[in-house]
Design a protein around this ligand. Structure first.
Ligand SMILES: O=C(O)C1=C[C@@H](OP(=O)(O)O)[C@@H](O)[C@H](O)C1
Ligand SMILES: C=C(OP(=O)(O)O)C(=O)O
Length: 453
């Protein structure tokens, strides 16, 4: 991706956004569906799998370690697993592309298998911290080796040698990270005895839900605000039929677009609203957003609704930091909403945003300022003085730094600018939301002249 010529993107809206759209499947659930199906004995089927580059990296890695994974023409996926303990030695390095989730969760799986795997990634992923999984997985017995001469021993490329049998641990998460939690639980799957993770702050619980769904023995206790998750190892997973709900993180882009383009009225169908993921919608509603949840239902054991969204006058907000884990990937698009709201927004407790695909605090601050927003960057977040619904100047080119959420956030911001914003490279969008541009066009957004290259 980093070697291809950059493909700029410019979106604009000359009329209200209208219509009904469906966002692709949830990225977090899609990764886990492939991994657990690949460890079950027999054939699992997955509907609604996100066919984004990050998830395809997980599929390729699971194939390289022995699973048979096929997509049928109707978009359903079938996976024949190898059984817990049955992962095979991959014959080449596992290329994780841009995907932190694939890397950290798969390191967990490899940690307790008789496998040596080298993990590589793109320029963005190769800067992201892996110490957070190296620490607990080393305690379980895995060995991590950086390339000879590497400046940093905690970034990709890294070679991981699993240990069989691995050692069960009790691990208190030092950062609120579902990826670290999941890495330890997945390592625990093939580890004798009970592996325990203590979560001081709840994070997305898709791993717990799905591990149980596949038949693993997993308990969750709540004590003094903490969650204690225990998994009994050497589990046998039974194949499942999984229906993946739409991704609430992806839905954030059309939702905010409809809120900020005057007169808009749209429906985003089939959006997953697991409480550990739905913080954005809670915060937007508290800002005055007109969002109604229609046809609330359960899909694949996860709460889902159709979101009806009408353009709204938004007020600035200071969300409680406890909401952060439930919307950690949605802050870039929330910053855009805040830049157009009435009054000041104080968004803090966001230090984790600095270690995502880009430093999302710094990159959003720079881009928002370039398009005319009043933004102050602080160590753990942004303070934004909104325009009160006035359009931003726009006109600038913003750098995406191989970060899909930055690209989509500024493509949406462009809809509320006097002159369109040029997003320097649209390619990263394919990691999580390959149909983002046609979907926005379907709602009435347009490519500006000369920007369809
Ligand atoms: O477990 C997951 O699927 C994810 C967890 C979050 O990362 P952290 O665990 O690093 O916060 C999130 O940012 C990422 O997009 C997906
Ligand atoms: C942080 C993200 O993903 P990952 O960590 O899997 O790269 C994201 O999708 O915003």
């Amino acid at each position: 991706m980093s070697h291809a010529p950059a493909q700029p993107l410019r979106l604009s809206a000359h009329r209200p956004l209208t219509g009904r759209v469906t966002v692709p499947g949830d990225k977090s659930i899609s990764h886990r569906a492939l991994m657990l199906s690949a460890l079950a004995v027999g054939e699992s089927r997955v509907e609604g799998l996100l066919e984004g580059e990050d998830v395809l990296a997980t599929a390729a890695a699971m194939r390289a370690m022995g699973a048979t994974i096929a997509r049928s023409e109707d978009g359903r996926w079938t996976i024949h697993g190898v059984g817990v303990g049955g992962l095979l030695q991959p014959q080449a390095a596992l290329d994780m592309g841009n995907s932190g989730t694939s890397t950290r969760l798969l390191m967990g799986l490899v940690a307790s298998h008789a496998v040596i795997a080298t993990f590589t990634g793109d320029a963005s992923l190769s800067k992201r911290p892996m110490g957070r999984v190296i620490e607990p997985l080393s305690k379980m017995g895995a060995a991590f080796t950086a390339s000879p001469g590497a400046k940093n021993s905690q970034t990709l490329p890294l070679m991981v040698r699993g240990l069989v049998p691995a050692v069960p641990i009790e691990y208190r998460l030092p950062v609120a990270s579902a990826q670290v939690k999941s890495a330890v639980l997945l390592a625990g799957l093939n580890t004798p005895g009970i592996t325990r993770v203590i979560e001081p702050v709840p994070t997305r619980d898709h791993s717990e839900r799905m591990l149980r769904g596949f038949g693993a023995e997993l308990t969750v206790e709540e004590a003094g605000g903490e969650r204690i998750i225990s998994i009994t190892g050497e589990a046998e997973l039974k194949p499942q039929h999984i229906v993946v709900p739409g991704d609430p993180s992806s839905a954030g882009f059309p939702v905010v677009a409809a809120l900020i383009v005057p007169g808009s009225d749209i429906v985003v169908e089939n959006v997953g609203l697991n409480p550990t993921r739905a913080g954005l919608y809670q915060v937007l509603r508290a800002m005055g957003a007109d969002i109604t949840f229609e046809k609330e239902r359960l899909v694949g054991g996860e709460p889902v609704a159709d979101l009806r969204v009408k353009a709204s006058t938004l007020s600035g907000i200071e969300p409680d930091p406890s909401v952060v884990p439930s919307m950690v990937d949605e802050f870039p698009i929330l910053f855009v909403a805040c830049a157009l709201a009435q009054g000041r927004s104080v968004l803090r407790g966001l230090e984790e945003l600095r270690v995502k695909e880009s430093d999302r605090i710094a990159v959003m601050a720079e881009g928002l300022r370039a398009i005319g927003a009043a933004v102050e960057e602080v160590e753990d977040g942004l303070i934004i003085d909104g325009t009160g619904g006035e359009r931003l100047a726009g006109g600038a080119t913003v750098a995406t730094h191989l970060d899909h959420r930055i690209a989509m956030s500024f493509a949406v911001a462009s809809l509320a600018c006097r002159a369109p914003v040029t997003v320097d490279d649209r390619a990263p969008i394919a990691t999580s939301f390959p149909i983002f541009i046609p979907m926005m066009e379907g709602l009435g957004a347009e490519h500006s002249e000369g920007a369809t290259a």
